[in-house]
Each structure stands twice: as structure tokens, then as C-alpha cells.
Design a binder for this molecule. Structure first.
Ligand SMILES: *[C@@H]1O[C@H](CO)[C@@H](O)[C@H](O)[C@H]1NC(C)=O
Ligand SMILES: *[C@@H]1O[C@H](CO)[C@@H](O)[C@H](O)[C@H]1NC(C)=O
Ligand SMILES: *[C@@H]1O[C@H](CO)[C@@H](O)[C@H](O)[C@H]1NC(C)=O
Ligand SMILES: *[C@@H]1O[C@H](CO)[C@@H](O)[C@H](O)[C@H]1NC(C)=O
Ligand SMILES: *[C@@H]1O[C@H](CO)[C@@H](O)[C@H](O)[C@H]1NC(C)=O
Ligand SMILES: *[C@@H]1O[C@H](CO)[C@@H](O)[C@H](O)[C@H]1NC(C)=O
Ligand SMILES: *[C@@H]1O[C@H](CO)[C@@H](O)[C@H](O)[C@H]1NC(C)=O
Ligand SMILES: *[C@@H]1O[C@H](CO)[C@@H](O)[C@H](O)[C@H]1NC(C)=O
Ligand SMILES: *[C@@H]1O[C@H](CO)[C@@H](O)[C@H](O)[C@H]1NC(C)=O
Ligand SMILES: *[C@@H]1O[C@H](CO)[C@@H](O)[C@H](O)[C@H]1NC(C)=O
Ligand SMILES: *[C@@H]1O[C@H](CO)[C@@H](O)[C@H](O)[C@H]1NC(C)=O
Length: 866
């Protein structure tokens, strides 16, 4: 019988195993197999638990423990290694094994006393504490717990592991160590080669007593402070030193040759406090491949680096380095990336023309220095250059066409220099981002630019580009940002622009001389978020196809000659936040449809200087949901930003760096209604008092009558109120004295009577706020005014000086209002609305962001008001 044979065979195997188990070198002890199986069953398998594995290690995660099977020898299990002679389990490699669950102190793992190597990285132990029992693995030489969702205090018992060569615990959120444990750790782990506590909160100085065998030190984002012991640089085997993002850590380099000079390959010290010069001792670092010391307060010349002939990556951006960029640069034959942006370097670009060198160079970033002179007329090197940033220098002359034609170039940033002349035609099909803004370029947009199949961002704003916008622009199927603002472009807007591709987010043609009707058809399904055609000579109607721009956040058609009635249908655009139609020939009453959810997100509505008539749009005010709330989050300002912006990490990077672009971004909390300079008549509807988020209300220069509604007292964050040059009568409601944020008040040239309210803000307004109201008493405000109760609130005022002054009383002080918020706090991809108050407005922002982010997919926008 076969089955009898089988049973017999298995019995034989069993007895064989029993007989030899104690002496077989490869059979693991039963208790250890059991411990491993128990360990396995403590966790569930979830691929998400190892989600970061591939990106960081390059290996695919898989559930190693699934194959563990009590009927087989545990020494053969995946990830388990036994001692050849004793059979003891000595190594466990469970990285990227999709384990998920709590890691308790009673874990059977701690029965494997003989472990020498333990790797549990890239799993998800659901914020378990690291058990003190890890300190009992007294033979351990390798302990790797990175990115495995441990949290809490790393126990001091880890410092019992005095044989450790490799300790990696970092790369997870919420671990701390503390000064005492850190000192113990360094003192006791005298054999340590590698210490990786990436992003563990250490909050300590680095003690002097640490292993002299260290090869690899990785302590970025650890809140280290104090002065880095010089001994670190004298570790004679040191290859990797990563201490970046420890702004409180002060680094002073040895002035004499470091003992690590010959071994050191990677030095990452950005965003630490390295005050002072780069010492001569750097010239001995001949093995250095990567040097990152950006954002570190370095000053003086970069000369000591000229000997680093093996350097591949060099980033010294955002320091105060000075002196000329010399031809010496060309000795860096292995250089792939050179960033010296935002320093005080000067000199010319001659080094570019040394065509034998720099053949490996891919990224060259020199923005925001004091480079002068011309770009050399020709160059035959730089075959691998992908990104060239030279913006915000003092470069001049024409832009040679070779620069566009570099065979690998994708990003060319020459903005904010004084380049002049025409943009030559060139040969290339690799360009993806081109920034030529803020120069003195003339002539038409070259066809070569319009033939770039991969072009995503084109900034030509603030030049003197003229001619028509060629239809060929619609061939740019990848274009995301098209900014041609402030040039001399004329002719009509190509009809195809609205349907050219589905990627375009930002279309800015403002401040040109474009004419004709806007008969561009905006296609269904487009992603346009910002459209600005401000300041042209456009005629005709507001194009109805704008209704297809479902993602529109900002629409600025101001300062044109549009002749239409109020486009109330725009109210159906769900995300519209900013609408400016100012200074056109728009007319007629503002009707709103029956829809009660018009303009739900609108926060800025500027209809000023048109011919709108009839009563103020009471039912429209009844909509405007966004204005009916006060966002109290003014302490952490949020800006009006692109709905997609959050998908891009670099946004947060830009934010945390807190760059000051000297602009006035539109805060999400800034709410403005400007209906001034129209011919609105009738009463001011008290429903405006429901728009409690309003910061600025301008109804001046209309023919409004009746009283100032007492409901205005609800506008508790109102900062600017202009009702001047109307026919408003009655008294100023005393309740307005409660508007404690009111900075600007203009009630002049009305028919107001009675006493001017006293107290709080009202004590700060000048007479000009009230002039031209002959019935007002208490002028100047300093003079006492006893309220005369005999003047009934509702009667028509007495004789008024009807003669209204022709001189424009100031419009809402946009500047005042906008500047009132933390200027300079700029979120990377904000839509920024600024006053046209500076010669060079804030769009530098656009390319600054670009410089910091290779994968540019952002939307940034700035509108200018004259
Ligand atoms: C364990 O191994 C035996 C024999 O190889 C096999 O029959 C059994 O299905 C395995 N069990 C598991 C859970 O893999
Ligand atoms: C280990 O401890 C946890 C919590 O302390 C408990 O829930 C679990 O049952 C324990 N497991 C064993 C095998 O003792
Ligand atoms: C240092 O290690 C030894 C064993 O190697 C241990 O006995 C001692 O407690 C450790 N010291 C600290 C402070 O952890
Ligand atoms: C460093 O630690 C070792 C071992 O604990 C000890 O022998 C030595 O005295 C310490 N040195 C200093 C300077 O603290
Ligand atoms: C940076 O270092 C300089 C000089 O070494 C020191 O004066 C300054 O206080 C340090 N700054 C910080 C934030 O530690
Ligand atoms: C540098 O190395 C030399 C030779 O190994 C040694 O004598 C010297 O003490 C070391 N210097 C430092 C500061 O560690
Ligand atoms: C650095 O280079 C210069 C000339 O290029 C040379 O004279 C000097 O000896 C070098 N210094 C070191 C430390 O290699
Ligand atoms: C930067 O260096 C200057 C002197 O060069 C010093 O006055 C200043 O405090 C340093 N800044 C920081 C943040 O350490
Ligand atoms: C342009 O560059 C100058 C320095 O050359 C700088 O001061 C200015 O801020 C830059 N302007 C913009 C908008 O980037
Ligand atoms: C678009 O406008 C231009 C100029 O106003 C005009 O010449 C052209 O015929 C218009 N096209 C359509 C389809 O209306
Ligand atoms: C607006 O257009 C109409 C004809 O459509 C014309 O009668 C009127 O004069 C225009 N208004 C202005 C201010 O140009």
C-alpha cells in the first residue's frame, strides 16, 4: 500500500531528524523556531507597511515571514541565518517584510539571545515603543530599526549593546533620545562604525567621547546644538558626515589638515551654523565627491575649494560668499551640479567657454549674485547641461542662441538681468522651462520658442517684446504657465488659446496692447486657474465660454474696454475667488439669477470704474458664502493658492524656508468689495452686514442715498470703509465705534449729520474722513460734541453742499489693506495680488520656486493694479 509506505517514510524522516537534530549544523533549535513563529504571528501582513521600501532601498517589499513553516528547518527560512557550527539563529533580516502591528516587550524575538544582526527596517510597528529589551541582545553588531514606525523615547538600554558596529534607528516621526541617552550611547558603543539617527530628536550637544572607528555619521534633523567637536573631522576613517538641518549646531572647521581628509567623500552640512570663511584646510579634501553647505552663513572666497578635483556635487547656495567666479571652475572635470545661487559672487561667465572641461555638468545655478558682462558668444562644451540658472545678476548683452541650443538643456533661467536685443531663433527641442522675464528684450517671440514640444513654463514678462502672439503658440501642448505680462504685444488674442491644451493653468497676457474682442473659446475640461488679461485694449463682451473654466480661481479682465452687462453667470464657477472687472465699460444693473449659491468662494470682487447702475445687488450680497465667515487663522496666514498646489512637496519646503519676496500676497482671509465709481443708486442694503469677513468695502463715487446701515457694526474685521461722494444721509451709527480694526474711513462728501462717534478707532481719523458733510458735528474730532438727541436718526439731513469735488478721493487703499498682513510671508504657490507699487513686482517668486524645484508644476500668480 502506497499510503503505508508514505507513513513509514515520514516516520523515518522524523526519526532521522530527531537523531541528528542536536548535531546537525544547519538545524535550528526548536525553541528558536518557535520564538520566530510566535513573532511572525504577532503581526499582520500589509503591503502598505513597507510602502517606502522601494523608493529608499531599491528593493521590492515582500512578506518574508509567509514562507516560515514549522515543518521546515528555520535556518532555511527567508531572512533567518544560523551559525554554521552551533545552529543558533544569529541574524534576522526582515526589512521590507510588510509586517504591521504592535511590537510588545513580551515579544518572543527577545528569546533569540544570540542575534548578531537584526534588521527590522521598513515595516510598520504602529508607533510602538522601542523596548528596553533590545539592550539584552548582547552580541548584536548590527541593529537596524529605521523607518519602521517606532516612536517615543529610545531606551538607554540600547547603550548596553557595546559591540554594535551599525546602529540605524532614524527616519521615523516621533522618536527622541535626549542628551543623557545620547551621551551614554556614544560613550559605550566604542566599536561603532555607523550611527544613523536621522530625524530623532536628540536636542543635545555632541559629546567628546565617541567611537574612533566611525565611518558614517548621519544625524540630520536631530536638533543638535552647541559646537561640533573638532574631533569629528579627525576621524581617520570618516567617509560620510551628514549633519544637515541642525540650525543650532555650530560648526568650526579645523584650520589644519583634517585626519579624515583622505577618506571623506560626502559632507552634508547645509542649514547648520557655519559662520565665517571656508578654511584653507578644505583644499586637502581630495576624496570629496559631494559637498553641501548651503544656508549656512558662510562668507569670504570659495578659493579653498579649487583643489577639490573629485567633486561631483557642490552646493553653497544661500550664503554670503564673495569674490570672482574665475576660470578655475573649469578644473572641476567631474562636476555634475554646481549651485552658488544667492551669494555675493561677481565676475564674468568666461569659464563657460572653456569647452574641454565641465563635460559632466548637468546643473549650474548662479542666480542672485553680482555676475556681470556678457554670455560668451559661443561655446562647444556643456553637452550634458540640463539646467542653467543665471537670473538676478547684472548680465547684459544679447542672449546668444547657443545657449538655447545646448543639446540637453531643459531649464533656462535668465530672468532679471539686463539682456537686450532680439531673442534669436535657435535649434532645440528639449526646453521645458524658459524664464526671460525682467530684461530689455525686444522683437517678436521667436518661432523656435513656440516649437518646443516639451515647453511647460514660458515667462517673457516685463520686456519690450512686440508683434502679435502667433497662432503657433497653440502648438505648445505641454504648456502650464504662459506669462507675457507687460510687453508691447499687439493684435488679437489667438482664438485657439483656450483650447490649445488641457494643461494650461496660468494665462497672463496683462499689460500689453492687445485689442479686438476676446473671442477665444475656452474649451470644456480645461484646467485654467488663473486668467489675466488686465490692462489691454480689449473690446466686446466677456466671453461666455469662460464658464468652461471650472477651476478658475482668479479672473482679471480689468482696465480694458469691455462693453457688456454684469456676467452674473460667472457666479457658477465654483472656485472663483478673485474677480476684477474694474475700469471697463460694463453697464446696467447687476442682476443675479435665482441661484442662491452664486460666487460661493468669492473673496475679492472689484467692479469699480464701470457704468453699473440701479440698486446695489442685494441678492448677490446674499450669496457670497465665503465672505460670511471670519477666518481667525490670521496668525498662520494662508494665501489664495492653486487647488493643485498641495500635491507638490516643494511647496512646504518653500514655506518653511520663509523667503521674503517683498510682495503682498492675497491672504485667504482678505475679503474685498469694491463697487466704487459706478452709478449705483438707492440705499445701502443692510445685508452687507452679513458679510462679516469683509476687510475692505468701497462704495464711493456712486449716487447712493439713505443711511449707513447699523448692521455694519457686524463687520468686525473691517479695515477700510469708503462711502465717500454719495448722497448718504442721517447720522453715523454710533455702533461703528466698535469696529476696532478700522484703519481707513472715508465718509466725505455726503449728507451726513449729527455727532461723529467717539472712542477707539474713531479717535484716530482725520478731518478728511468727514469733510464735505456740513451737517456733521464734532469736527475736528477732537472738539467735544454732545449728542443732540433731538435730531431724529431717520430724517433727511439739512442742507448739504451738493457740490462734489471732482478730484478723485483715493480709492480703497489697497496697498494699506494688503500690506496690513504679514508682508513677506509667501507661500510658494500662492496666487499673489499686489499693488502696482514697486517697479519690479513680485513675480520673481515664480522663478525662485522654479529654481528650487526641478519638477515644476506650480501655479503662481500676481496681479497688478495701477
Ligand atoms: C508547510 O510545509 C509543508 C511541507 O512542505 C506544506 O505541506 C505546508 O502546506 C506548508 N504550510 C504552510 C503554511 O506553508
Ligand atoms: C504581550 O503583551 C501585550 C500587551 O502588553 C498583550 O496584549 C499580549 O497578549 C502579550 N502577548 C503574550 C504572548 O504574552
Ligand atoms: C556599557 O556596556 C556594558 C556592557 O558592555 C554595560 O554593562 C554597561 O551598563 C553599559 N553602560 C551603559 C551606561 O549603558
Ligand atoms: C570615554 O569613554 C571611555 C569608556 O567609557 C572611558 O574609558 C574614557 O575615560 C572616556 N573618555 C572621556 C574623555 O570621557
Ligand atoms: C553661529 O555661530 C556663530 C559663531 O560661531 C555664533 O556667534 C552664533 O551665536 C551661532 N548661531 C547660532 C544660532 O548658534
Ligand atoms: C591624526 O592622525 C595622526 C596619525 O594617525 C595622529 O597622531 C593624530 O593624533 C591625529 N589627530 C587627531 C586630532 O586626532
Ligand atoms: C591646491 O592647488 C594648488 C594649485 O592648484 C597647489 O599649489 C596646492 O598645493 C594645492 N593644495 C593642496 C593641499 O593640494
Ligand atoms: C552670520 O554671520 C554673521 C557674521 O559673519 C554673524 O554676525 C551672524 O550672527 C551670523 N548669523 C547667524 C544666524 O549665525
Ligand atoms: C532682480 O535682481 C536684483 C539684483 O540684481 C534684486 O535686487 C531684485 O530683488 C531682483 N528682482 C526680482 C523681482 O527678482
Ligand atoms: C475674433 O476677433 C477678431 C478681432 O476682433 C476678428 O477679426 C475675428 O473675426 C473674430 N473671430 C471670430 C470667430 O469671431
Ligand atoms: C456698448 O455697446 C453698445 C452696442 O452694443 C453701444 O450702443 C454702446 O454705446 C456701447 N457702450 C459704450 C460705453 O461703448
Amino acid at each position: 500500500m502506497d499510503s503505508v509506505k508514505l507513513v513509514f517514510f515520514m516516520l523515518y524522516i522524523f526519526l532521522y531528524q530527531l537523531a541528528f537534530s542536536s548535531s546537525s549544523p544547519h538545524l535550528c533549535p526548536k525553541d528558536q523556531a518557535l520564538a520566530l513563529l510566535q513573532f511572525k504571528h504577532m503581526f499582520s501582513i500589509n503591503p502598505d507597511a513597507s510602502y517606502a521600501c522601494f523608493d529608499y532601498t531599491g528593493i521590492q517589499s515582500y512578506p518574508r515571514t509567509l514562507s516560515w513553516n514549522k515543518t521546515t528547518n528555520c535556518c532555511s527560512w527567508d531572512g533567518v541565518h544560523c551559525d554554521e557550527t552551533t545552529g543558533q539563529v544569529i541574524a534576522l533580516d526582515l526589512r521590507c517584510s510588510q509586517l504591521q502591528g504592535k511590537f510588545h516587550s513580551n515579544s518572543s524575538l527577545f528569546q533569540l539571545f544570540n542575534l548578531k544582526r537584526l534588521d527590522l527596517s521598513y515595516n510598520d510597528f504602529t508607533r510602538s515603543l522601542i523596548s528596553p529589551k533590545f539592550g539584552e541582545f548582547s552580541s548584536l553588531t548590527h541593529l537596524v530599526l529605521s523607518r519602521s514606525s517606532f516612536a517615543g523615547l529610545i531606551p538607554s538600554e540600547i547603550s548596553h549593546l557595546s559591540k554594535l558596529h551599525v546602529l540605524r534607528i532614524g527616519d521615523q516621526y516621533g522618536l527622541s533620545l535626549g542628551p543623557h541617552n545620547f551621551e551614554l550611547l556614544l560613550k559605550n558603543l566604542t566599536q561603532l562604525r555607523e550611527l544613523n539617527l536621522h530625524s530623532v530628536d536628540i536636542s543635545s550637544t555632541i559629546p567628546l567621547n565617541f567611537s574612533s572607528y566611525l565611518i558614517n555619521i548621519r544625524l540630520p534633523y536631530t536638533e543638535l546644538c552647541g559646537v561640533l567637536p573638532e574631533r569629528v573631522f579627525h576621524l581617520s576613517d570618516l567617509e560620510f558626515l551628514y549633519l544637515y538641518e541642525n540650525p543650532q549646531l555650530t560648526v568650526r572647521f579645523p584650520t589644519t589638515k583634517w585626519n579624515s581628509s583622505a577618506s571623506l567623500m560626502m559632507l552634508y552640512l547645509y542649514s547648520v551654523n557655519i559662520t565665517g570663511r571656508i578654511p584653507e584646510s578644505f583644499s586637502h579634501l581630495t576624496s570629496l565627491h559631494e559637498l553641501y553647505m548651503s544656508d549656512s552663513n558662510l562668507s569670504g572666497p570659495i578659493k579653498p575649494l579649487w583643489n577639490l578635483t573629485n567633486i561631483e556635487f557642490l552646493d553653497l547656495g544661500n550664503n554670503h560668499l564673495e569674490g570672482p567666479i574665475s576660470c578655475q571652475l573649469s578644473i572641476f572635470e567631474k562636476l555634475k551640479e554646481l549651485s552658488l545661487r544667492n551669494n555675493n559672487l561677481d565676475g564674468g561667465l568666461e569659464f563657460l567657454s572653456f569647452n574641454k572641461s565641465l563635460t559632466q555638468l548637468e546643473y549650474l545655478k548662479f542666480s542672485s549674485n553680482y555676475l556681470t558682462g556678457h554670455i560668451p558668444p559661443n561655446v562647444s562644451g556643456l553637452p550634458n547641461l540640463k539646467q542653467l540658472y543665471l537670473s538676478s545678476n547684472n548680465l547684459s548683452g544679447t542672449i546668444p542662441s547657443w545657449i538655447f541650443s545646448l543639446p540637453s538643456l531643459t531649464v533656462l533661467d535668465l530672468g532679471n538681468n539686463t539682456f537686450s536685443g532680439k531673442i534669436q531663433e535657435f535649434k532645440s527641442n528639449t526646453l521645458s522651462q524658459v524664464y526671460l522675464n525682467l530684461n530689455q528684450l525686444v522683437g517678436p517671440i521667436p518661432n523656435s520658442l513656440l516649437n518646443q514640444p516639451s515647453l511647460r513654463i514660458l515667462l517673457l514678462s516685463h520686456n519690450n517684446i512686440n508683434g502679435h502672439i502667433a497662432l503657433a503658440i497653440c502648438n505648445l501642448k505641454e504648456l502650464i504657465v504662459l506669462n507675457l505680462r507687460r510687453n508691447n504685444l499687439e493684435g488679437t488674442i489667438p482664438q485657439c488659446l483656450g483650447v490649445m491644451n488641457e494643461n494650461l493653468w496660468n494665462l497672463d497676457l496683462s499689460k500689453n496692447s492687445l485689442s479686438g474682442t476676446i473671442n477665444t473659446t475656452f474649451g470644456i475640461g480645461n484646467y485654467l486657474t488663473v486668467i489675466s488679461l488686465y490692462g489691454n485694449k480689449l473690446t466686446g463682451k466677456v466671453p461666455r465660454s469662460l464658464i468652461n473654466c471650472k477651476y478658475l480661481t482668479l479672473l482679471d479682465l480689468g482696465n480694458n474696454q469691455l462693453n457688456d452687462t454684469f456676467p452674473n453667470w460667472l457666479g457658477d464657477l465654483p472656485g472663483l475667488q478673485i474677480l476684477s472687472l474694474r475700469s471697463n465699460k460694463l453697464h446696467g444693473p447687476i442682476k443675479s439669477s435665482g441661484n442662491t449659491n452664486l460666487f460661493p468662494q468669492l473673496q475679492i470682487m472689484d467692479l469699480s470704474s464701470n457704468g453699473f447702475s440701479g440698486n446695489l445687488p442685494k441678492s448677490l450680497f446674499g450669496n457670497l458664502q465665503a465672505m460670511k465667515e471670519i477666518d481667525e487663522s490670521t496668525r498662520t496666514p494662508q494665501y489664495v493658492s492653486d487647488p493643485y498646489a498641495n500635491y507638490y512637496d516643494y511647496l512646504t519646503t518653500i514655506t518653511t524656508k520663509g523667503h521674503d519676496y517683498d510682495s503682498a500676497p492675497i491672504l485667504a482671509t482678505n475679503m474685498i468689495i469694491d463697487l466704487s465709481k459706478n452709478i449705483f443708486e438707492g440705499h445701502i442694503p443692510s445685508i452687507i452686514g452679513d458679510l462679516v469677513g469683509l476687510r475692505t468695502l468701497n462704495l464711493s463715487h456712486n449716487v447712493l442715498e439713505g443711511h449707513i446701515p447699523a448692521s455694519f457694526k457686524n463687520l468686525s474685521v473691517l479695515e477700510s470703509l469708503d462711502l465717500s461722494s454719495n448722497k448718504i444721509s442721517g447720522e453715523i451709527p454710533q455702533q461703528l465705534a466698535s469696529l476696532t480694526f478700522l484703519e481707513v474711513l472715508n465718509l466725505s462728501h455726503n449728507h451726513l449729520v449729527g455727532c461723529i462717534p467717539r472712542g477707539k478707532q474713531f479717535d484716530t481719523f482725520e478731518n478728511t474722513s468727514y469733510q464735505g458733510n456740513d451737517g456733521l458735528r464734532g469736527l475736528p474730532p477732537s472738539r467735544d460734541c454732545v449728542r443732540d438727541d433731538r435730531v431724529p436718526q431717520a430724517t433727511t439731513p439739512a442742507e448739504q453742499d451738493q457740490e462734489e469735488e471732482e478730484e478723485d478721493s483715493p480709492m480703497i487703499s489697497w496697498q494699506g489693506v494688503l500690506m496690513g498682513y504679514g508682508c513677506g510671508l509667501v507661500i510658494g504657490l500662492s496666487i499673489i495680488y499686489i499693488m502696482y507699487s514697486t517697479q519690479y513686482p513680485a513675480w520673481i517668486h515664480v522663478y525662485r520656486v522654479a529654481e528650487d524645484a526641478d519638477k515644476i508644476l506650480f501655479l503662481s500668480y500676481f496681479v497688478m493694479f495701477p
